[in-house]
Each structure stands twice: as structure tokens, then as C-alpha cells.
Design a binder for this molecule. Sequence first.
Ligand SMILES: Cc1cc2nc3c(=O)[nH]c(=O)nc-3n(C[C@H](O)[C@H](O)[C@H](O)COP(=O)(O)OP(=O)(O)OC[C@H]3O[C@@H](n4cnc5c(N)ncnc54)[C@H](O)[C@@H]3O)c2cc1C
Length: 362
Amino acid sequence: MTRIAVVGAGIVGLATAHALRKTGADVTIYESGTPGGGQSAGDGRIFRHAHDDVRLAGFVSSSRTLWRQWEAEFGVELVSDAGAVAIGDSVEDKLRILSDLPHIRVALLAQGQLASALPILADFEGKAMLDVDGGAIRTLAAFRALTESLTEALVADHVLTVQHTSEGDVEIRTGTGVDRFDHAVLSAGRGTAPLARNAGLEIPVELAAHARVTFPVRQDVDTPLPTFQDGSGTFGETGVYAAPSADNRSYSVGLSETTGVRQDGSLADPPALESLAARAAAYVRHALPGLDPEPSGYVHCWVTRLPWGEDGVGIWSTGKISAIAGHNLFKQAPALGEALAETAVSGVVPALLRPEAQLGKA
Ligand SMILES: Cc1cc2nc3c(=O)[nH]c(=O)nc-3n(C[C@H](O)[C@H](O)[C@H](O)COP(=O)(O)OP(=O)(O)OC[C@H]3O[C@@H](n4cnc5c(N)ncnc54)[C@H](O)[C@@H]3O)c2cc1C
């Protein structure tokens, strides 16, 4: 039986292990912390089809199909059916790009339709759209389902090195052991680029830090809430995203802006995280009167971006070691898991995900 190691039990590593299991491989997943505790942390993510790169929109659409298959397999809702709302002038570009993929259902929203789709939003007269098959990813349910089905494959340990041996297989050195595999997949989020470098792969990841703030939904709102992106500037910010919790009682709001990180991993400007959180709260006061502007929770998180775009993603591979990097990967995790499993089994990275393809180019 082929022995494959997956380093990192975030959503991408677990999706990869899940896909590998279906090929009959013997999978071991190394996780130094809690599964789902890294960049995948927190309740809720946005599933949206609109991306600047139409190839990525198509890839995300294939991932939507896989999320539905996971829902059937695990018997639990993993993407809500309330849709994904976007407002601002960029709506026209989003609709134009998605018109090349007619199977993706999108609609322009008139002012009244926007108010009933997103009743927590203040009056807005500009352009608005609904991505009908978008919605809120039920992140916690996804982690519950995947970790339960992969329990015996999970090893709680920190991986220090992943290297080819002179016998042609891959050696993994952890805090407490040494093991050998036929292939290793590095899906360690922030930890991927350093491990990959030791294995001979240079991944041009730019590291940053990010804050997302959660606010209670006011008592009188009982409509299932869609996710939300605001690029309009009407309410004082031009890059805002938001998603509801699974119980619809809270809404998490973040600015797409991040703060820089030095080479050694320290924040260049530590108070900037607080200021990003304060701006999110100020935005809520202006734009989202259906929320109580007193924060009820935070996600402070690392962000790993590739130089060719906010949504850039790629798979690097050398011999029997593969590594993935990119940002905003939650929505495409099921499809990335299949692509990484295919790479591990065949040794060949699917063309769309090779770094030279620059998938997600802005
Ligand atoms: C606040 C926020 C909001 C976001 N919103 C969205 C959104 O709306 N939609 C979307 O699609 N995406 C979104 N993203 C991005 C998305 O969440 C991430 O791209 C995705 O979760 C990355 O998953 P991952 O499995 O690659 O990495 P992680 O979740 O970081 O998993 C990597 C794991 O590897 C482990 N690890 C690291 N190094 C080692 C080591 N040496 N040994 C063992 N284990 C190791 C870590 O502990 C971690 O658990 C958002 C991200 C953040 C932070």
C-alpha cells in the first residue's frame, strides 16, 4: 500500500487526506497544534464564485460540487443556501467574468431585493449582486466531519524536516520520531514555505497578519444571512468581507487589508492589528445597523499570499515531495485536496495548479 504523509491538518491537509483515502493510500497526517487552529480558524468562511481569474472561478465551481458530495457523505450542511452578496462598482466586472461560466447562477439585486436579502445592511443605492450558489461555509462542521473520519490517521507532532533519502523515498523528522513515506504533501499553511525550502523548493509566499471581528446579530433579524463583500467605499471602507455564524446569531467582519510581517516572523507594526479591528467596528456602526457594534469575538490570523494575486494558488513539486501555497483557499479545499492527492499518487501536478500557470492572477 502506498504510504503518504500530509503535513498540516488545516482544511487543505484534511481535504487531501480525505481524497487520498479514496485512492486506497495509507495516509498519516502530522499536526503540531489543533486541527483547524491555523489559518482555517473560526466559525464561517465565504464561498463565492467571483474571482478576477475566470480559470479560478471555474475551479471554485468544481469545488462547490465536491462540497455537495461531502454534505451527502457526512450528512451535514457544509455551505449555507443563503448565497453570497457583493456590492460596489466591481459587481459589473464580477458579472462579466462569470458570464463566461453560464452554469454559475448570479443575479443583479435591485435596492429592495438587497434589503430583503441582507436586512442588517444600511440603505445602499449602488450596484449589488447575489451569487446564488455561494454562501457561508460551515467551517466547524467541516472540521468535525473530516477529523472524525480521519481520527486514526492524525499524529500530534511537529514536523522539523521533510527530505528525500538516498533510497528514493521521503523521510519525515518530527519532534519525537523519524518515519519514511512514498510521498509527502506539505499543506502546513504558514509552515509550508520553510519546510519546502529544506526540501529544495522555493515558494514565494508573502506573509502578513490579519484581524476579523465578530459581532452579535440584533434580536429582530431572523432571515438566514448571506455572506457579504463591500468594495463600494460608501461606508468608509473599500475592501470588506463578512460571513454569518452557523446559528445566524453573529456575523464576522474583516477588512481585506493586512499588516506586514518581517523575515523573522515578527509583526512590523503590532498595534496595526488592533487598528484593523477598530476599523471593522467603525464600519459596522456605519454600514451594518442590524449588528450590535460591540465585538463578541476575534480571529487573528496569518495570511500567506502569492505575488500574482490576492487569490493566487499553486502546487510546487520536486521528486516525491509536493507543497501548496496561496490565500483564500477554504472554498476550494475539496478541489485542492483532489489535486494534491492526484499529485501524490501520479507524481504530476495538474497543469492548472503549476506555479507557472499563476492560477488566481489578478
Ligand atoms: C480571518 C480569515 C478569513 C478568511 N476568509 C476566507 C473566506 O471567506 N473564504 C476562503 O475561501 N478563504 C478565506 N480565508 C483563507 C482560508 O481560511 C485559508 O486559505 C485556509 O484556511 C488555509 O488552510 P490550510 O489548510 O492551507 O492552512 P492552515 O489552516 O493554516 O493549516 C495548516 C496547519 O499546519 C499546521 N502546521 C504548520 N507547520 C507545521 C509543522 N511544521 N508540523 C506540523 N504541523 C504544522 C498548523 O498548525 C495548521 O493547523 C480566510 C483566512 C482568514 C485568516
